[in-house]
Design a protein around this ligand. Sequence first.
Ligand SMILES: [Zn+2]
Ligand SMILES: [Zn+2]
Length: 392
Amino acid sequence: MGSLKQIEKFHDELTLWRRDIHAHPELGFEENRTSDLVSEKLSSFGIDVHRGLGKTGVVGTLRVGNQTTAIGLRADMDALPIMEGNTFDHKSVYDGKMHACGHDGHTTMLLGAARYLAETKNFEGCVHFIFQPAEEGLGGGDAMVQDGLFEQFPMDAIFGMHNRPGAPFGQFIIRSGPMMAGGAFFDITIDGKGAHAGRPENSIDPVLVASHITTALQSIISRNLKATEPLVISVTKIHSGSAYNVIPQSAILSGTVRAFSSEMLAFAEARMLDIAQNVASAFGATAALDFQIKFLPLINTESEAEFAADTAAELVGEENMDRNGPLIMGSEDFSFMLNRCPGAYINIGNGGGQSDCEVHNPGYDFNDDILSLGSSYYARLVERRLVKQEGL
Ligand SMILES: [Zn+2]
Ligand SMILES: [Zn+2]
């Protein structure tokens, strides 16, 4: 287990990098400072740098020997539009922007692995270090795929990692197959007939129709699906009207759907359209559905999930490797990369105590204690997958 010991030697530097990135958070597709920093560090390690995929994305390529096998390691770089509530020295210097999901730590862990692998070269083959922009709902993962990530940098497998608050330090969590839900955002536009609120008989009230549709949508999960099938339909916005005494002309319902297969998302979309149109029609109104898939279900391929778990278990022991973690209804746009290439996504415990603050919370912070361990995981994936051919 030389990698962990060697990376721990520069743990203090990793901590400085992570805190510097934390203090300078940038939103999706605006990661200019961060991608400059990543590119400079990769270059200083002697790694080839390619920029511009997905606008601010960076790919570093390190090749050792003649073996053609290639592996991709991916981290995300973007922050969130949240006002940081922490008061420590490395708090965000920008009002309203914050690294509240730990992508500062993910970027640093991958940089740590890059430095170690470039220094030691204890493997044979090709590694692509992928730093993606705009993970938080803006489609940065898909943007890199659309810009030719897998054509320009062919790879046999790809691996990603996210911290998990509340899971203890030194614990890894994974599951084979579906692990995180795919997600769609939807808008249902209801057209009725506006009227004076004192004379409802002259109206087709879109607020009443919206209320009935909202209620009826929940019957999809409770009446159309087996109780054992996971599906979430959440109406999160209802917008209509602007006066006490006016029945408005239209209403818009919006929200999100989460499921573990594209088929289930399509099923939800079809039922939602049916319910929206027919409920509206019963009241004399019309309804249109706009349903957009923003995240694919995140699906780990079986052999790569096992390989990832074996690699983590080698570092922390089988007792700290949860190979059958729970399904997660949240989404993650690494799914767009896993949709194109075998691979696996793993969670690393962010530790308990102070570090169990949930992500996307103003009080969250990535736990620097796990930086070396995370870097070692990435490094060992490479050393175990691209095994050096001794004596050649
Ligand atoms: Zn997030
Ligand atoms: Zn995240």
